[in-house]
Design a binder for this molecule. Structure first.
Ligand code: B12
Ligand code: SF4
Length: 462
């Protein structure tokens, strides 16, 4: 039987094409790995190529994220009109299965590991059920993702690994808060290391929501990574840097860049959405710690909390500049379906836009409390322009210590709004970007002139 798996695209107003060429759709790589070998599997990523709805397949599987749901449903409808059965799964289907069912012959609610092989067997027997509820399994039962279904040059990174599912926290605005059954689980370490060792290339992207906050597991992983001499990027909370020894260990283990969800520089806003693990008063100290060990920080910030007035844009950008963040990602608060935030705003009657295509974190879909909708949207553009202005880029790139050229190139790559970059972006393929990525992820000894904070605290930049 021929099974075609599809990763449908979103229509982001911002963001570069490169971003979607960095990492393959890992969930579908897993689905391919879960498929018994007697079936032929094809994986199509709509970010890379248009989908021909006249293609030939016995069964179609589509991964649905909220932002791509409308597009996914259109594709599904087109295949079903031709009589090709469609199965829908993925994060959006896990929270809104009833909606997805209208466009599918079957939906998988949750992680595919528990039900995919059974679903395929049922399909072959002509008795596929309309819904498969998938209980989370121990991650020891998750196979390594399949990489042989891509062309070597399709994606920039050739190694992406997930060591866990779920999250230890439940921030009100996050997808994690929409999943009552989600439990935080880690993959056995030896399984993770086998996966890492099987992948080529010097760079790994960890896909975990928070790679490092479980200290015991993180320590074992980091120690095991040291002799492997890989460079890697991951997501974590800023509280990870509370422990200087862990930061030193992460650096020794090859950590080059961390995507950190600061979300807000206002304590009131953090408390409002239950992000209690973040503490504004330790942000500067912990960023400095990471920098002292040559770890770049990509700060992620959200605008539009009920405590955010129009001053939030300048305050946030200034924080990023003052703390020499290598890069920053700004987003508009978005009530993803069934999150705590969604339920709260719905009760308050403040969500006015239910077009999921607009749930891409660049558009306002609810009534903000202390700004107009236009002010909030314009503020996002303003923040990007200001943070990625040449003045800001130069001041952050050419700070004391080496690595200025790398910081400069990275910032130009992140400078998303400029039409020039957009034009360049269209012509760049993963093959071209890969050497540049490997270069900036290679030894980044851009340390500030601080030997050890305990020895020379007076050099700390406030
Ligand atoms: C890597 C990643 C990205 C990469 C994507 C690269 C790529 N090509 O996939 C980048 C950085 C580009 C990205 C961008 C965005 N992301 Co993102 N991303 C992730 C992240 C961290 C990992 C995804 C992953 O691989 N997970 C591991 C796999 C195994 O899980 P999975 O995909 O869910 O698949 C399992 C099940 O869902 C199911 N399944 C999935 N598909 C299918 C299909 C079928 C047929 C079946 C049966 C089952 C099935 O089985 C799989 C195995 O168990 C997740 C958070 C997370 N940890 O999951 C967020 C996440 C998916 N992203 C999210 C968001 C919001 C975004 C952005 C909007 C952020 C932004 N501000 O721009 C954009 C949207 C861009 C887009 N592509 O649509 C949300 C989605 C919420 C939602 N309701 O849709 C998540 C959940 C983060 C969060 N906690 O809020 N992201
Ligand atoms: S925002 Fe980050 S820390 Fe909070 S629940 Fe989501 S993944 Fe976890």
């Amino acid at each position: 039987m021929k099974i075609t798996l599809i990763f449908p695209r979103t229509d982001p107003r911002r963001g570069t094409k490169i971003k979607n060429h960095m990492i393959p759709p890992y969930g579908l790589q897993l689905l391919a790995a879960l498929t018994p070998p007697r079936h032929e599997v094809v994986l199509l990523d709509q970010f890379l190529q248009p989908i021909d709805t006249n293609l030939d397949a016995d069964l179609i599987g589509i991964s649905v994220w909220t932002g791509s749901a409308g597009n996914a449903y259109q594709l599904a409808d087109a295949f079903r009109v031709r009589g090709i059965p469609v199965v829908l799964g993925g994060p959006h289907v896990a929270v809104l299965p009833e909606e997805a069912r209208k466009h599918a012959d079957s939906v998988v609610v949750g992680e595919a590991e528990a039900v995919w092989a059974q679903l395929l067997g049922d399909f072959e027997a002509g008795q596929m059920a309309p819904v498969y509820e998938a209980d989370p399994l121990p991650l020891s039962m998750t196979p390594p993702a399949r990489w042989d279904i891509f062309q070597q040059g399709d994606y920039v990174l050739r190694s992406a690994v997930s060591t866990s599912r779920g999250c230890r926290f439940r921030c009100e605005f996050c997808y994690e808060s929409s999943r009552p059954n989600s439990t935080y689980r880690r993959k056995p370490l030896d399984q993770v290391l086998t996966e890492i060792d099987s992948r080529p290339g010097p760079v790994i992207a960890f896909l975990d929501n928070d790679l490092l906050s479980d200290k015991k597991y993180a320590r074992s992983l980091l120690e095991a990574l040291i002799p492997r001499r890989k460079a890697w990027m991951a997501m974590t909370t800023i509280r990870f840097a509370d422990d200087p020894d862990m930061v030193a260990l992460a650096a020794a283990a090859g950590c080059k860049t961390l995507f950190v969800g600061f979300e807000s520089v206002s304590t009131e806003s953090l408390l409002e959405v239950g992000k209690r693990q973040n503490r504004v008063d330790i942000y500067a100290r912990n960023i400095r710690r990471l920098h002292d060990h040559g770890i770049m920080v990509n700060g992620s910030f959200v605008f539009g909390f009920d405590h955010d007035g129009p001053e939030v844009f300048d305050n946030t950008v200034q924080f990023g500049i003052d703390n020499l963040l290598e890069t920053a990602t700004f987003t508009i608060l978005t009530p993803y379906p069934n999150t705590g935030l969604y339920k709260k705003l719905q009760v308050q009657g403040r969500i006015f836009d239910y077009n999921w295509a607009h749930y891409d974190t660049t558009r306002v879909v609810f009534e903000p409390a202390m700004m107009t909708i236009d002010e909030l949207e314009a503020g996002l553009t303003y923040a990007y322009r200001k943070f990625y202005s040449m003045g800001s880029i130069f001041s952050r790139a050419f700070r004391p210590g080496s690595g200025a050229l790398k910081r400069l190139v990275l910032n130009l790559a992140y400078k998303r709004i400029e039409p020039v970059w957009k034009t360049l972006d269209l012509g760049l393929s993963a093959r071209w970007i890969r050497p540049v990525t490997y270069w900036y992820m290679s030894a980044m000894s851009h340390r500030l002139p601080v030997a050890r904070e305990s020895v020379q605290p007076q050099l700390v930049i406030e």
